[in-house]
Design a binder for this molecule. Sequence first.
Ligand SMILES: NC(=O)c1ccc[n+]([C@@H]2O[C@H](COP(=O)([O-])OP(=O)(O)OC[C@H]3O[C@@H](n4cnc5c(N)ncnc54)[C@H](OP(=O)(O)O)[C@@H]3O)[C@@H](O)[C@H]2O)c1
Length: 223
Amino acid sequence: MKNVLITGVGKGIGKALAEKFLKEGFFVIGTIFSGEASKGGNISLHKLDLSSRESIASCAKEIASLGKKIEILINNAGVLLDEDETKVIPEKLRRTLEVNLIGTADFTELVIPLMEKGGHIVNISSTAGSLEMSGRGISHHPYHYPAYKISKTALNMYTVTLASRLKEKEIIVSSVHPGWVRTEMGGENADISPEEAAEGIFKIAVSRPETGKFWFQGEELPW
Ligand SMILES: NC(=O)c1ccc[n+]([C@@H]2O[C@H](COP(=O)([O-])OP(=O)(O)OC[C@H]3O[C@@H](n4cnc5c(N)ncnc54)[C@H](OP(=O)(O)O)[C@@H]3O)[C@@H](O)[C@H]2O)c1
């Protein structure tokens, strides 16, 4: 049985991803932020707050003690703290980077030693973080959600640097845009359901695409 580690499985895309991987016969190790840890069947849930170094370290230790090799890591958990403002609010930027970038990278570094040769790390990013798409006005309004956008652009650079570092270990690292999804973050008017987003992410996560790229439904996105 293959093992997948997914962050933020309590709701939204992460929850749908956990259900999809279970259905496909994976053992799912999930992290949970506001809910409770639990174990049962083919799923094991562990508390994780990506804004806390202590929580990241103890969660990684708990996961290591399961003694399972991880084939796929999906860094799904994330926050969108910007509201209608278009200027950077330093405190929001700090809190956003703490979860979407620093905590995610910190956690990933602790999980890499648990990963198999031939594994795949999927960073759930966003077209909102694409310099090219935002700059050309293809994606979101250039001035909106600055903290969120900055965090996803930086996460994309983590994908690129990590991909080249892990080439020798034959671990693929990808950034993946899930689509505009009907979750608490995406809102009720978004294009697709969390289940539809999970289908697309699953497909790329179990495939062996070229490492260090940015994907949406099988198509490569510009950085
Ligand atoms: N929805 C969209 O349209 C869209 C578009 C592009 C990219 N994305 C990306 O897709 C990913 C999932 O988004 P979503 O729409 O499913 O959002 P969501 O419904 O708001 O879920 C976010 C998840 O992150 C977890 N989380 C929040 N703060 C955390 C922290 N400090 N430590 C650990 N986990 C934390 C949440 O835990 P709790 O359940 O406990 O609150 C939840 O499981 C995010 O990375 C997001 O940026 C979403």
